[in-house]
Design a protein around this ligand. Structure first.
Ligand SMILES: [Mn+2]
Length: 321
């Protein structure tokens, strides 16, 4: 029982205090990493001056949110039809949070780029946990050091095609525009856009002219997920860019850009597993995690469980070692 006399799931299951996500093994030396995927916290990359590093506590909040399940990591996960990490499959590790600076944004981006290139270069799928939505820009850049011809599946309430916002070209409203400029990004599929964001209609026109494929929030609710998944080429190398505001605020209120009409937990999971079934997940980010905006831990619960399920899907990509 906790101090306020409410029963606690962690106490019920016998969970120990967790300093790592899901109680996973930690990895301090990225050059020696041996895992199917890696939780990498990135509190900050290129924040806008008006708001600063508002999502800096995102990674720590997910470790806290799933701490009650640390003793249950090997139990049956009904989201996956087996244990999160099946026998013989490589497990995930937690690499902690990357160091960051509140004014040297180029240094933040270099830190993220180096970490992602090292991890992905070892055959481990990085799962970058933000931080705001500027964090994926250096991650997407880094993937060009280990491969080519990637498909991005972006799941987000916003399209992020601003060329610049408040004089900053590497901020969270420009993520997909910067990705589109990279030679190793072949295709961009964007799912979940809805309501009013920071983009202009001309940004959407630019994106369509580039060849980006859009499946809006209303499209998904009316026509399902299959049309979006069918746009992923068979055998594609996939970079999953997940802004948690893609989800409905009723299940993920822990974000700054809440927008009604969002996706459900199983629509998110089915998009991720559907992508894995089409090709191979090469890198993932979950961003815009703002625990200060959460309501009774509901968003932390949703996002941390989705990250754990994603780790399980990635562990299954290579099958037993
Ligand atoms: Mn967004």
């Amino acid at each position: 029982m906790t101090d306020d006399n409410t029963a606690d799931l962690g106490a019920l299951f016998g969970a120990a205090d967790a300093t790592s996500f899901l109680g996973l093994e930690t990895c301090d030396d990225l050059t020696a990493i041996d895992a199917s995927s890696a939780f990498v916290g990135a509190p900050c990359a290129t924040p806008y001056g008006s708001v600063g590093a508002y999502a800096r506590n995102g990674p720590a909040s997910l470790r806290r949110a799933i701490a009650a399940l640390t003793s249950n990591v090997d139990r049956h996960n009904f989201d996956l039809g087996g244990p999160t990490f099946p026998d013989g499959c490589r497990r995930a590790v937690d690499c902690g949070d990357l160091p960051w600076h509140d004014s040297d944004f180029a240094a933040n981006r270099a830190t993220i780029r180096d970490a992602i290139a090292t991890i992905a270069g070892r055959g481990t799928v990085p799962i970058l946990i933000g931080g705001d939505d500027s964090v994926p820009i250096p991650m997407i850049e880094a993937m060009g050091q280990v491969g080519s011809a990637y498909t991005i599946l972006q799941i987000d309430a916003h399209i992020d095609w601003r060329d610049s916002h408040m004089g900053e070209t590497h901020g969270l409203s420009s993520t997909m525009r910067r990705a589109s400029e990279l030679a190793h990004i072949e295709r961009i599929i964007q799912v979940g856009a809805r309501g009013i964001g920071s983009g202009h209609s001309s940004d959407l026109e630019d994106a369509r002219a580039w060849g980006a494929h859009f499946f809006t929030g209303p499209d998904i609710h009316r026509h399902g997920l299959a049309p979006a998944l069918e746009q992923i080429p068979k055998g594609a190398k996939i970079i999953l860019c997940i802004d948690i505001d893609a989800m409905d605020p009723s299940i993920a209120p822990n974000t700054i850009g809440r927008s009604p009409g969002g996706l459900s937990y199983y629509q998110m999971l089915d998009l991720i597993s559907g992508a894995a079934a089409r090709g191979r997940i090469a890198a993932v980010d979950f961003v815009e995690i703002l625990p200060e905006a959460d309501i009774d831990g509901i968003g932390g619960l949703t996002v941390s469980r989705l990250v754990a399920a994603t780790m399980g899907l990635i562990a299954r990509q290579d099958g037993p070692a």
